[in-house]
Design a protein around this ligand. Structure first.
Ligand SMILES: [Zn+2]
Length: 405
């Protein structure tokens, strides 16, 4: 009998029959009912921003490996971005993706359709045909540059009861940058991505959301200005929500090294930006923490800051990082963290949770070691960091999808 088992917020979530859980845990040979580690049962987490790379880029990640990695991170539901080949911009294209999901997904996978054909920003995807089969519409990886087209997308999405999920980035303000236009870039002669390139488009879009009444969600916000704009918009009643990612809450551009594992888009920003993001998760301006799990093949990430691909693997480290850096350091309580990685994303996108949970040994301390990732992508800025929280078991829809060896 594991008497050291705690159910997180037992009244709120549907947890399994205790006998069944005891049985599942007893089948794990590496843990013992007599140790005094602290085991906590959580609801299965929900990540609304991942890149599973199939179809089109299965050399980076597959639906099978990406969902197994998610299960290792305690996630039982993920929403996967449409920067694929083919881009799910019409039903036949989406069906290619759905077929692989049907065949290989270990947990629940909800695909996004693109906002524009080919994510090229010229004409809208086939919203009518796609709407019933996707979680929302997004051109993640790039911003929709034209205001008129974004307005049209919002009107269309609203008529179908869908949310527009935006990667906000003004191409004209990028200046060839690949890290934050801050102190590190200046000191080491790198081209910088301005904060403006993000918040200018957030500003444009919340105005459009206000005008059209559309449901609008901003991906991976990284700047203090974005936090302020979204806070104000929420206060004036705009239907806007947003997410940030673990790395923006932990690191700043002063942590950068000449290594591709520090390169993602948006980039790690300044200490003031990080402070504003933390304030945003405390005061409720930021609704969700999503990982933006964006795996690449190792050699695509080993070309330094300038030439490596944008994106890092994040889904296997999110909970331990956030628990260690935010909860244990008393920045937010555990309840708030679970809201950010479970309740809010599920509520915003209508993602159900039934018989989904994970069990963690939150007293287990270890160093993050990307060679142990299940994901095909091993590039992470969290490499070597000491964290608490080891996932022992993840169950999705009653089925064991991860079990520690
Ligand atoms: Zn993005």
């Amino acid at each position: 009998m594991f008497s050291n088992l705690i159910y997180f917020n037992k009244e709120k979530y549907s947890y399994p029959d205790p006998d069944k859980l005891q049985e599942k845990l007893s089948s794990i040979s590496t843990i013992s009912a007599s140790d005094d580690n602290k085991y906590v049962v959580f609801p299965g987490f929900c990540d609304i921003h991942v890149h599973l790379r199939e179809p089109g880029f299965s050399y980076k990640e597959k639906i099978s490996t990406g969902t197994a990695a998610a299960a290792h991170g305690g996630y039982t539901a993920v929403c996967t971005m449409p920067n694929l080949n083919p881009v799910p911009d019409n039903l036949p294209h989406l069906n290619e993706e759905l077929k692989i999901i049907e065949k290989d997904a270990l947990i629940k996978v909800y695909p996004y359709a693109s906002i524009t054909v080919g994510e090229l920003g010229y004409e809208l995807s086939d919203f009518d045909a796609l709407s019933d089969h996707v979680i929302a519409f997004s051109d993640d990886g790039r911003g929709v540059q034209t205001e008129d087209l974004m307005r049209e997308a919002m009107i269309k999405a609203k008529s179908l009861g869908k949310t527009i999920v935006a990667h906000c980035e003004v191409n004209d303000l990028l200046n060839g940058g690949y890290i934050h236009a801050g102190n590190y870039a200046k000191k080491h002669n790198h081209l910088g991505i301005s904060s403006e390139s993000e918040w200018k488009q957030v500003e444009r879009d919340v105005k459009l959301a206000d005008e059209t009444g559309a449901s609008y969600h901003v991906c991976h916000i990284s700047t203090k200005e974005s936090v302020d704009i979204i806070r104000d918009a929420k206060m004036s009643g705009v239907d806007v929500s947003c997410e940030t990612a673990p790395h923006y809450l932990v690191f700043t551009d002063s942590d950068l090294e000449e290594d591709g594992r520090w390169k993602m888009n948006p980039p790690l920003r300044s200490a003031d930006d990080r402070k504003a993001l933390i304030q945003g998760i405390i005061d409720g301006t930021i609704d969700c923490i999503a990982t933006d799990h964006a795996p690449h093949r190792d050699d695509e990430k080993s070309r330094g800051l300038k030439n490596s691909a944008f994106g890092i693997s994040g889904i296997e480290t999110a909970f331990p990082i956030l628990y260690t850096e935010l909860v244990m350091k008393k920045i937010i309580p555990l309840d708030r963290l679970i809201e950010l990685i479970n309740d809010n994303p599920r509520k915003r996108f209508g993602i159900p949770s039934l018989n989904d949970y994970s069990v963690w040994d939150i007293s287990s301390k270890y160093k993050i070691d990307s060679t142990k990732f299940i994901s095909m992508g091993h590039s992470t800025p969290f490499e070597g960091m000491e964290v608490f929280g080891r996932c022992l078991l993840t169950v999705c829809d009653g089925k064991t999808v991860y079990k520690i060896k």
